[in-house]
Design a binder for this molecule. Structure first.
Ligand code: BG6
Ligand code: MG
Length: 216
């Protein structure tokens, strides 16, 4: 029996993926890496900022020290945070608010499980805070997806057993993390068919069979 649903943030609740892509592409071009593509960006989905930086640097030939890498990650984040200032309720993905309201009405607890350290800012700017019971994000963890830590922390904050939680994810790393946390998962987003989730849907549309899913 599912008592809590833990949503990934980027690409599941909000459409921030394009902004991440823009900020990484800008950094790549500043470093002379002109062939950073959306396919490369796919490898960054669900993984931490520093691991995402490695995806960019692997496209070039230059080697950087750890101190230089921290500066580069900070540079990308500053560009990303600038882009986030434009974020509003319009960035909330289709069917999200109806889904959160429907789950809450059934007494299901709502968590967010995202490795993004910008999670609080994004939830505030998109006005999604009001629907969320507990947030587990990059500020709470030391290991990024596919490690299950972010979902384990979310379950703990919600006061639930791991197997009482369902994860909603759009990244392969997130689905691996959910399974490692002993949680069932619903895969959504453009790559939903490749995710090997327990349940699948392109979007959080009304046809998602929540009745069956919540039976666990
Ligand atoms: C994830 C994104 O949600 O957050 C990744 O899918 C991103 O692409 C990661 O690298 C970390 O985000 P932030 O905001 O802490 O740099
Ligand atoms: Mg995501």
């Amino acid at each position: 029996m599912i008592k809590g649903v833990i949503f990934d943030l980027d690409g599941v609740l909000v459409s921030t993926d394009e902004l991440h892509y823009k900020a990484w592409k800008q950094l790549a071009e500043d470093l002379g890496i002109m062939n950073f593509t959306k396919e490369d960006n796919y490898l960054q989905k669900g993984v931490s900022r520093m691991e995402s930086l490695e995806v960019v640097l692997n496209k070039g030939t230059k080697l950087y020290t750890e101190a230089e890498k921290l500066i580069l990650a900070e540079k990308k984040n500053s560009c990303y945070v600038d882009l986030l200032q434009e974020l509003s309720t319009e960035a909330v993905l289709p069917h999200v608010v109806e889904t959160l309201e429907m789950l809450r009405a059934q007494g299901i607890l709502i968590g967010v499980g995202s490795v993004s350290k910008n999670t609080p800012l994004i939830l505030k700017r998109t006005e999604l805070e009001q629907y969320i019971d507990k947030v587990s994000c990059g500020l709470d963890i030391t290991r990024s997806k596919p490690d299950p830590e972010v979902f384990l922390v979310a379950a703990k904050k919600l006061g639930l057993q791991n197997e009482e939680c369902l994860v909603v994810e759009d990244s392969a790393a997130g689905i691996v993390a959910a399974k490692a946390a002993n949680m069932k998962c619903l895969g959504v987003g453009p790559e939903y068919r490749q995710l090997e989730a327990d349940y699948e849907s392109l979007t959080l549309q009304s046809e998602v069979d929540w009745h069956t899913i919540l039976q666990g």
